[in-house]
Design a protein. Sequence first.
Length: 87
Amino acid sequence: ENMQSTKNADDLTSTSVTAFFNLTADSNDEIGLPSTVGRELGFVAHHAIHHMALVKIIAMRTLGFKENDLPVGFGRAPSTILFDKQQ
């Protein structure tokens, strides 16, 4: 059953979609860009990290949180964490 679930997830994430965006505020025209469900889920996850970074700034500068009050790596992109480990 687990192998079937993995296959279904692979099928879903490779499903083609068109993502629509307003790339200018000069008109309401949207541009459609080809993508996949997996790529869009990856983008959403990465974008959420960006928002968590903003939450971290607000928590520390406005609410008095200290860095160790938040989970390790909160608001940091995996690529940044990996880069820092290599230094």
